[in-house]
Design a protein around this ligand. Structure first.
Ligand code: ZN
Length: 121
């Protein structure tokens, strides 16, 4: 019996891909998948460019060169900043959604975190 190692993906997962407008390989978010669970399109959270995803592009998951400071919900983040979450690991802030909510791209997928929320007594 041969073991099938068919990797499937879900929308919202993170993959590494070269982004031409950004001029660098960076984390992208899976925007759509095929019926077989393969990536059809990805979007770059930095510049918003959507592009097709070929199998040859697949999954080089490198650890980020720059490690971010530990995630601190009291801190105010901006797009492009890096952080290290105790559970999710290395992340990059891709967008500020609301004054106190940010989207962060982690090694596995995008997650929404809170920020700019000082501890109150
Ligand atoms: Zn880009």
């Amino acid at each position: 019996m041969e073991k099938l190692e068919k990797q499937t993906y879900t929308v919202g997962e993170r993959v590494e891909k070269f982004c031409a407008p950004c001029g660098e390989e960076r984390g992208h978010v899976v925007a759509s998948i095929t019926k077989r669970g393969q990536i059809a399109r990805v979007s770059c959270p930095q510049c918003g460019t959507r592009s097709t995803f070929k199998n040859g592009d697949a999954g080089v998951r490198r650890s980020p060169a720059k490690a971010g400071a530990p995630y601190d919900r009291a801190r105010t983040y901006r797009a492009g900043q890096s952080l290290t979450h105790p559970v999710f690991g290395e992340g990059e802030v891709t967008a500020v959604i609301e004054p106190q909510k940010i989207d962060v791209l982690f090694p596995d997928r995008m997650r929404r975190l809170i920020h700019a929320r000082p501890q109150q007594g």
